[in-house]
Design a protein around this ligand. Structure first.
Ligand code: ADP
Ligand code: MG
Length: 659
């Protein structure tokens, strides 16, 4: 039940109790998730039909449904063979007449009478005896009475089995007249949009289609305001309860770290570093989302933040979604930080440094871990900052688990899947946002090519030329093993031998999620050290992997992957100074897949790709349905309502300020 309905007894009334609804219809409505009057009145039409234009009967057509008005001249029920019955009447206006017929309908003869003034809406049947079969009708008692089914723009609702459209429309009409004033009217208005009450009324029975659109937008706005208010409330509650851990630091780690770093920070990295340091030094625990396209250099920014926590006497946690990525971070952080006297631990399914007391002495410590860390009890009180890398692989629920327990470390979540703004404000609306919108200088270009498998000999030749010049390559497969050979989808294990031969004298290795952790690590070590030139892999390398000498990527059955995923995969190359090539192999048979891949070929801009992905697949697919924390909207549409979400955020802030 909506909050609105629970506050108001009339709107909260169960539909089964209403006269004219009853148990059976109420059960059908329950399948539409409508239990109360309030629910039903917020059940939006699927579409509208414009039935306003009254035509002369002579102009009724077999092509399209039209509206006509006339008087019943004759009427009666015919008994057909086989016990069937047909009711019909003849309707006449100045231009002509038409037969209207119904088969197997009882009671029709009691509804209509000679001389009735009737509106009919339907399409003429062809054949010898043209007429309107089962048209929509409505008797006009007086020209002042509003009609429900004709002579207006009528709503067409999603139904369940056994429920007539006309019945539902009639019930809506009646309930609206009775109950519309019981909906609470929010105390905010929005320019160009109707009040909530008017919106609910016009959602069902609009005077024109623009009005229906405005109604829907108003109701979407209300949904977004409710969500944004919840998000704001959660944040304010957190801030009022939380005791902030001061993490300003004294630069005793940051300065030597920056001095020994092999590159200069980009301007964007520096800006974000400052935003983060403002939070660490602020009145409330940091809750910040750091977005930056693949390769933009988020890791070093995370390291700087962690160092501030360590300088301030706390420890740090860095969460990564895969073992491969956790190990890579562990390797980098060890190289960067151990010379400074910092202990860097790794805690994954395979290696559990953190099984020992994590922070037993006063050595400043950073623990890098995967989901395995969730299973460990450790002294969270001594953690000043938690960084979650590749947040989109974790889900909001898991993020919340880490920062609960009445203890409020600073939190930095990072993502390389650029989030369309609508989604960002919805999913991460409780976070402040930083963006690294600049790539480190001196990167080679990444070109993307879409090819069919027939081109394989040429592609192989090209790859081998590049390999001979010292580069390395990824070949990505959608599957580990060939369970469904019929689909023609390639599996890394099935292709490995053939490819090892094809790429010779260059060496290949296989990497997928079913390998043992130490096997995975050995493969990555070999690839990083360039002992292996070609890595045959599944999407285990999707996130985070950083091997700058790898400039080639071949993706088999590219149509099997989502856009965001392909962009992530492609982010594994283009990390060094040499130009890179990404080759998408696909049969080209699916137009939908071709469109998707073309988007990728045409841009390297992660935000554009994320927007396109949102339009193509919808928000649920984009962030994953499980534990994404994405709320279901009845009226709101994350594909197109960015302006409303921004407005809602504004309104929620004003409401909060006014309390
Ligand atoms: P992502 O944002 O995808 O996590 P990484 O943090 O893995 O990116 O950085 C990608 C690569 O760029 C790494 O090899 C990293 O060392 C390097 N890098 C990061 N910042 C800079 C910089 N300012 N100048 C040059 N190289 C950088
Ligand atoms: Mg990364």
């Amino acid at each position: 039940m909506s909050e609105e309905a629970s506050k108001n007894s009339a709107l909260a009334r169960p539909l089964a109790e209403l006269p004219g609804v009853g148990g059976e219809r109420a059960a059908q409505l329950a399948r539409l998730k409508c239990l109360t009057v309030g629910d039903l009145l917020l059940h939006p039409p699927r579409r509208y039909e414009d039935r306003r234009d009254i035509r002369p009967i002579r102009e009724l057509s077999t092509e399209e449904a039209c509206l006509a008005r006339g008087k019943i001249m004759v009427l009666g029920t015919n008994h057909l063979r086989g016990g069937r019955r047909m009711f019909e009447f003849v309707l006449e206006d100045d231009s002509g007449s038409v037969r209207c017929r119904w088969w197997n309908c009882n009671y029709m003869d009691r509804l209509f009478h000679r001389g009735d003034d009737v509106l009919v809406y339907g399409k003429l049947t062809g054949g010898k005896r043209p007429g309107l079969d089962h048209p929509e009708t409505e008797i006009i008692e007086s020209d002042d009475d509003p009609t429900v089914h004709v002579n207006r723009i009528v709503p067409v609702y999603p139904l369940t089995e056994g429920m007539p459209q006309r019945w539902l429309r009639r019930v809506m009409f009646g309930l609206l007249e009775q109950h519309i004033d019981e909906f609470p009217e929010p105390n905010y208005t929005a320019a160009g949009l109707p009040s909530r009450r008017k919106a609910i009324a016009k959602l069902h029975f609009p005077d024109d289609l623009d009005q229906a659109k405005a109604a829907r937008r108003r109701l979407a706005l209300d949904e977004f305001v409710e969500l944004q208010s919840t998000i704001r409330r959660r944040r304010v509650t957190m801030q009022s309860k939380a005791e902030v851990l001061p993490c300003a630091g004294d630069s005793s780690f940051v300065n030597p770290f920056l001095q020994q770093l092999e590159f200069q920070l980009t301007d964007a990295q520096r800006t974000v570093q400052m935003e983060i340091e403002g939070d660490l030094n602020g009145k409330h625990p940091m809750r910040r989302l750091l977005q930056g396209d693949v390769g933009s250099g988020k890791t070093v920014v995370a390291a700087l933040a962690l160092l501030r926590a360590l300088e301030s006497g706390y420890n740090g946690l860095l969460m990564a979604p895969t073992e491969i990525l956790a190990e890579q971070h562990h390797r980098n952080f060890t190289r960067w930080l151990e010379p400074l006297g910092i202990r860097v631990l790794l805690h994954t399914g395979a290696r559990k440094d953190a099984a020992e007391p994590l922070f037993e002495n006063n050595t400043p410590t950073i623990v890098i871990g995967t989901h395995a860390l969730f299973q460990t009890g450790f002294a969270l009180e001594r953690v000043g900052l938690i960084v979650i890398d590749e947040q989109h692989k974790f889900g909001v629920t898991q993020r919340d688990r880490l920062v609960k327990k009445g203890h409020y470390p600073h939190l930095l979540v990072m993502t390389a899947t650029p989030i369309p703004r609508t989604l960002g404000l919805t999913l991460y609306g409780d976070l402040d946002s930083s963006v690294i919108d600049e790539m480190p200088a001196g990167r080679g270009e990444v070109r993307t090519h879409i090819r069919t498998p027939e081109r394989w000999p040429k592609i192989l030749e090209f790859l081998k030329t590049e390999l001979a010049a010292g580069r390395q390559a990824f070949v990505i497969f959608p599957r580990v093993d060939n369970e469904d050979t019929a689909a023609g989808i390639k599996a890394v294990n099935a292709e490995a031998q053939k490819l090892a031969k094809a790429f010779a004298p260059h060496t290949v290795a296989v990497l997928h999620g079913r390998l043992k952790p130490e096997e995975k690590e050995a493969v990555m070590v070999g690839f990083r050290a360039n002992r292996t030139q070609v890595l045959l892999a599944t999407t285990v390398v999707e996130v985070g992997v950083d091997v700058p000498n790898a400039t080639l990527m071949l993706i088999e059955n590219a149509e099997q992957f989502g856009l965001a995923q392909l962009h992530q995969l492609r982010g594994r190359i283009g990390r060094g100074t040499h130009d890179s090539h990404c080759i998408l192999l696909t049969s080209g048979k699916s137009a939908e897949a071709n469109d998707r891949l073309t988007v990728l070929a045409e841009t390297n801009d992660g935000f554009k790709i994320a927007e396109a992905d949102l339009q193509l697949r919808g928000p649920g697919e984009l962030v994953g349905h499980d534990q994404s924390g994405l709320p279901a909207f009845k009226f709101g549409d994350l594909r197109r309502d960015l302006d409303l979400i921004e407005l809602a955020r504004h309104i929620a802030l004003e409401i909060e300020a006014g309390r």
